[in-house]
Design a protein around this ligand. Structure first.
Ligand code: ADP
Ligand code: MG
Length: 695
């Protein structure tokens, strides 16, 4: 790697200590390497000229060649200077609302000029407000694509707007290219017809033409995604090589469970996934597997069956859930099975009493207790296992990486096998990147006999109709959820909405019992209300999103979501997943105000159109970008500089495939042809800073 890119930014001609300090704090640009990787976020197309007759107000900024014919100062209404500008096809106006003196002095009439700006249509005349004006010199006429750089208000005040950053970039690029070395081996460059690293870096800043810009982007994206994938796959390979796994071959209890106690026929998808996991658990290597399955696809029973594999071979199993309600529910469901099989099972939560806790700790350590279900309480240091064989994490996106790691350090000898389950379907590209080091199993089928949930969008003003519908459903014996948003910043207002809603429901349905559950309630009180609803002692459950994850009340068939426009797509999908769990036709009703944003509209329309979690996840990725999706916040792998997971699926797949091939042939990257790769990986791991990607 070249030392050149470690040079402090203040040593670039024209920058100096003051500007350097602003660049440090505002954009985290410290070195030449950081600056050169401050890639433009878009480009202005200065390669084309428009004629006035071809303008439309749909266009973004355009440039036009012509002459100013006259200049007038308008004092009526808002003070402004208006210039008439003409080319050989028509006339338009240029308008300024400030800087009058300077403009009046410098505007030249009847000379050729180039103006640049966004055309607006007022009446039948086009105008550009505050256009850029330049003389048609050689350099202006051959500008081509101009980079636009991210900057901040503070930097603009320090004379570091996008244009200025571009100037500094030009200075840097006078000397930088000779220091840029190739990071990919020749055979990959040829195979994928990539341009060189040097050419790519120069052209991503100052593209000679659109084609070269596209080539530059493709090259840099490929490199970026290739190294992310290679790193993840290498981790997987090393783990498989270095970590032994306990072998869980004998499964008498499991067979007994299958033959005697299975409450329903497993779906083919469940069977397939169980086979995949069993194969892992017999392999002698540690399993690290992600189990994806849409809400209601039946992951819990799969988890239980896998725990039986561990128990049948003298090990213990644990299942960690993100909330107390969910842990309780798992515990109750699985205890029924465990009791039939004479397997000890306990529940450990934050609210577990000290005395009981002590007993659980002792029994876990002695090995007497075989299955433990719990919340975060499981990762506390005091919790020790005799022989933890399988660690299952439900709704894993709610846990941080560090929390997960703590759990699988619970065994001193061989690490436990790890199964993480998620009901938040994520697009393939994101899964490959977020969980690229895990093996993935997917339950892509719902149990038979489920009717697809009908989803309906309703405006608030139709509330009476909805009340009527609720009544019908309750009279048929069903139960109803009504969910209110509760988001922290506006908690007080939200809380009032929830309470008002509860009161108006109570008034509208005096003949029914109504539960309320929200985050401010004590765990016992929540639990009490949830269990009343579960037993059908209450018919309506008014709640916040605390019920979002996992709760299972098969008799509930109507989910009403208030202010649905305020929920994210994956949250809406999770909430909807609370119904449709029994044999009855279920409904999800999304209530919104009449006026909602375009993005909210897309979310609601998507929900109405499809029940498919993966399709929903794709739309979500497009709407929000990967950085905001559930679970990605704690992940460094998504610090992508040039790639966009919602658009670059093809490049990602190609780079992952070829990375897999390379590691199969040469796991330690010792072959001469992979020298570049090895060197680059080493430089990447030596330093956490960005510039290493350059050299
Ligand atoms: P999730 O994947 O969302 O965690 P659960 O494990 O809670 O789903 O299962 C949802 C419901 O479906 C539960 O009531 C469960 O008992 C039931 N279930 C699971 N598998 C099957 C199956 N193969 N056939 C019928 N019902 C099933
Ligand atoms: Mg679940």
């Amino acid at each position: 790697m070249s030392k050149f890119f470690e040079t402090k930014i203040e040593f670039l001609k024209g920058i100096g200590p003051q500007k350097a300090s602003s660049l440090n704090t505002e954009l985290r640009i410290f070195t030449f390497g950081d600056l050169i990787q401050h890639y433009p976020f878009r480009y202005e197309d200065r390669s084309q000229f428009y004629k006035i007759k071809d303008l439309s107000d749909e266009l973004s900024a355009v440039q036009i060649k012509g002459q100013i014919k006259s200049v007038t100062a308008v004092t009526k209404g808002k003070k402004r200077i208006v210039a008439t500008f003409a080319d050989d096809t028509g006339t338009m106006e240029l308008i300024w609302f400030q800087g009058f003196k300077w403009i009046a002095k410098s505007l030249k009439t009847n000379v050729d000029l180039i103006v640049y700006g966004k055309p607006n249509l007022y009446g039948r005349k086009f105008s550009i407000a505050h256009p850029e004006i330049e003389l048609p010199t050689e350099s202006v006429l051959t500008k081509g694509l101009q980079p636009v750089y991210n900057t901040t208000e503070k930097l603009k005040n320090k004379f570091l707007d996008s244009k200025a950053i571009g100037k500094h970039m030009q200075t840097l690029l006078e000397t930088a290219p000779q220091h840029i070395t190739e990071t990919l081996p020749d055979y990959l460059i040829q195979k994928f017809k990539l341009i060189s690293k040097r050419e790519a870096v120069v052209n991503i800043h100052f593209p000679k033409n659109q084609k070269l810009l596209d080539e530059a982007k493709r090259r840099l994206k490929f490199e970026e995604l290739f190294y992310v994938q290679l790193k993840l796959l290498k981790l997987k390979v090393t783990r498989k090589r270095d970590y032994q796994g306990m072998v869980f071959k004998n499964i008498p209890t499991l067979n007994n469970f299958y033959n005697e106690h299975l409450p329903f026929e497993l779906t083919n998808a469940q069977k397939k996934v169980i086979r995949e996991i069993y194969k892992d658990l017999c392999s002698g290597k540690q399993m690290n597997r992600l189990l994806q399955g849409d809400v209601g696809s039946g992951k819990t029973i799969v988890a239980f069956i896998c725990m039986l594999m561990a128990i049948d071979n003298g090990a213990q199993g644990c299942l960690m859930a993100p909330t107390e309600i969910l842990a309780d529910q798992h515990y109750k469901g699985l205890k029924e099975f465990a009791d039939k099989l004479n397997i000890s099972i306990s529940l450990l939560r934050g609210s577990t009493k000290q005395k009981e806790r002590k007993i659980i700790h002792e029994q876990l350590e002695s090995g007497e207790l075989k299955i433990i279900i719990g919340t975060h309480a499981l990762i506390e240091d005091v919790v020790k296992f005799n022989n933890l064989g399988l660690c299952i994490i439900d709704e894993q996106h709610r846990f941080g990486v560090a929390q997960r790691a703590k759990l699988w350090k619970k065994n001193t000898g061989t690490p436990p096998h790890v199964l993480v389950m998620t009901a938040t379907p994520i697009p393939r590209t994101l899964a490959m990147t977020l969980y690229g080091d895990l093996d993935v199993s997917v339950i892509d089928e719902l149990p038979a006999g489920r009717k697809p949930i009908k989803t309906i969008h309703q405006y608030d003003k139709n509330r009476l109709k909805i009340f009527g519908f609720m009544k019908e459903q309750i009279e048929l014996g069903r139960q109803v959820y009504i969910v209110y948003p509760l988001i922290e910043e506006s908690e007080m207002v939200d809380f009032k909405n929830l309470m008002d809603g509860y009161e108006s429901i109570s008034r509208a349905f005096p003949e029914y019992q109504i539960s309320i559950v929200h985050g401010k309630m004590k765990p016992d009180a929540k639990e009490f209300e949830m269990s009343r609803f579960l037993k059908n002692e209450t018919q309506i459950m008014v709640a916040t999103t605390v019920i979002e994850v996992g709760v299972n009340v098969p008799n509930a068939s109507v989910m009403i979501i208030e202010n649905a426009e305020r929920f994210g797509l994956s949250q809406l999908h999770q909430l909807r997943g609370r119904v449709g769990r029994g044999a009855d036709q279920s409904y999800c009703i999304l209530m919104t105000d009449f006026k909602i944003s375009r993005e909210s509209k897309t979310r609601i329309e998507t929900m109405v159109r499809t029940n498919n979690g993966f399709e929903i996840a794709d739309v979500d990725l497009k709407l929000r970008g990967p950085g905001d999706l559930a679970g990605t916040q704690q992940s460094g792998v998504l610090d992508l500089l040039v790639s966009d997971l919602s658009q670059d699926a093809a490049i990602l797949q190609a780079s992952r495939d070829v990375a897999t091939e390379i590691l199969e042939e040469d796991p330690s990257l010792d072959l001469p042809k992979n020298k570049n790769i090895k060197m680059h990986i080493e430089s990447l791991s030596k330093t956490a800073v960005n510039w290493s990607r350059i050299s």
